[in-house]
Design a protein around this ligand. Structure first.
Ligand SMILES: Cc1cc2nc3c(=O)[nH]c(=O)nc-3n(C[C@H](O)[C@H](O)[C@H](O)COP(=O)(O)OP(=O)(O)OC[C@H]3O[C@@H](n4cnc5c(N)ncnc54)[C@H](O)[C@@H]3O)c2cc1C
Ligand code: SF4
Ligand code: SF4
Length: 398
């Protein structure tokens, strides 16, 4: 080394990974969550996606070089790997971009600034919301205060109230019509092309951690103008989603609960199901495991660690949204919403159940990350305790 080399920062390696590497390192290894980040960012529109039962995985539309290679990639296009929040060292990449540092080993739920329990002040918004209605209240507020033009969220098919589909929402009515949780997968980024066609440039993305890690990963890896529309990122805490087949194969076949008669679902230690006729049913979560969507089995991110604000329902009281404020922008918005009375907030640290579950469920998810993948998501994760001395198993909650 010469004297002039000694103090120089290490040169960043040129990013050359393309679909070929995405296919071999993420898609065929089972790390792919089906978030659709690669699909919506591909500048050549050669990545397809099937939003159907048992699929939720990208595939290459051009066959010249086979399923596992891309002619545009061979010519230097690298956008898909830059956008993928499971490719390479994605966790430190998104951390650095959002927070200017990587998470400490004991920060199991990611980096945050404030922890609140919140609820919408507007009774209608609160009623329509899954928990405290914070997400819907925030989308309405962001629109009214000119932070965004629209949001990418999960709606449902016209003829099936439980078949989730990615949609663009603009008005308060549209936002409220898509409130509440569906527990099957919905790749909300897939609504991006519609937003673009409609000239809606400033967007909020609502999604589970697998989806909300995508914009900061793209920004950090300089995926280009495709990452610009994402202005605000709202995360949903998540342990898993289920295949659509759970409705017919379990709920209907075993319990006679027809999909079209279900009015509300929630997960609070058990699958809670409310029916049109006013009846209420509980299904043991262990029974549901067989319908876990494949893309969730290795996912390490319970707490949606790369959002501006992450939200969940693990508090002692169902009527509040656990609100993890992570970025400066998230803090600005939450503080303004509290100040103008749009939401009611209290410190979450007073809710011991929520705090305990947030840590435990974050650990449980991180333990799923394969040992032969990038090591970062597993950093600091305590090994499982031996059965006799084990912490009580966390009740999956939502
Ligand atoms: C699949 C899934 C699993 C979850 N698991 C947990 C959990 O284990 N623990 C926990 O504490 N919280 C979990 N949540 C989050 C929780 O259910 C609430 O979404 C969160 O507390 C916000 O509540 P809210 O009343 O503020 O939101 P609302 O105002 O009701 O808004 C909810 C938003 O979520 C969107 N959405 C609904 N379903 C989906 C979907 N399938 N995919 C993408 N977006 C969707 C809606 O379009 C809406 O914008 C999960 C959510 C989902 C969708
Ligand atoms: S995790 Fe998302 S971005 Fe990565 S390959 Fe799968 S769908 Fe594409
Ligand atoms: S567990 Fe949740 S956050 Fe993880 S891949 Fe599945 S849907 Fe996405």
């Amino acid at each position: 080394m010469t004297a002039t080399d000694a103090g120089a920062p290490p040169k960043k390696q040129r990013w050359t990974a393309q679909w070929k590497e995405l296919y071999s390192e993420v898609i065929t290894t089972g790390l792919c969550t089906g978030c659709a980040g690669c699909v919506v960012t591909c500048p050549h529109d050669v990545i397809g996606y099937e939003h159907e039962e048992g699929k939720y995985i990208p595939f290459h539309l051009e066959q010249e070089l086979g399923l596992d290679n891309c002619i545009h990639g061979e010519k230097g296009c690298t956008t898909c790997t830059r956008a993928c929040p499971r490719f390479g060292a994605w966790e430190p990449s998104a951390d650095m971009h959002l927070f200017g540092r990587t998470r400490q080993p004991d920060e199991m739920a990611g980096i945050w600034r404030q922890l609140y329990l919140t609820r919408a002040s507007d009774d209608m918004v609160h009623k329509m919301g899954q928990d405290g209605g914070l997400v819907s209240a925030m989308l309405i507020w962001l629109r009214e205060h000119d932070y965004i033009d629209a949001a990418l969220v999960s709606g449902v098919e016209n003829d099936d109230a439980w078949k989730a589909k990615p949609v663009v929402v603009v008005t308060k009515e549209e936002i409220l019509a898509t409130a509440g949780s569906r527990y099957t997968y919905c790749a909300n980024p897939m609504a991006l092309p519609e937003a673009k066609e409609r000239g809606l440039d400033r967007l909020a993305l609502v999604g589970m951690g697998c989806q909300t890690s995508s914009p900061p990963t793209m920004w950090d890896r300089k995926a280009g103008k495709v990452s610009k529309p994402f202005q605000f990122n709202i995360g949903l805490l998540c342990s898993k989603t289920f295949d659509d087949a759970i409705f017919t194969e379990l709920f209907e076949a075993k319990y006679g609960l027809k999909k079209q008669d279900i009015v509300k679902m929630n997960i609070k230690g058990v699958f809670q199901i409310w029916m049109k006729d006013g009846s209420y049913h509980e299904v043991n979560l262990k029974e549901c495991h067989a319908w876990t969507r494949k893309g969730c089995t290795h996912c390490p991110d319970f707490a949606a660690e790369h959002a501006d604000v992450s939200t969940g329902g693990i508090g002692e009281d169902n009527d509040w949204t656990l609100t993890i404020v992570r970025t400066e922008l998230g803090e600005e918005v939450i503080e303004r919403m509290i100040a103008d009375g749009s939401i009611i907030a209290k410190p979450a640290q007073t809710d011991e159940t929520a705090m305990r579950l947030l840590r435990l469920l974050s650990i449980v998810s991180r333990r799923r990350w394969p040992q032969d993948a990038d090591p970062n998501p597993a950093v600091g994760v305590p090994p499982p305790k031996k059965k006799a001395a084990a912490e009580p198993a966390p009740a999956p909650a939502d």
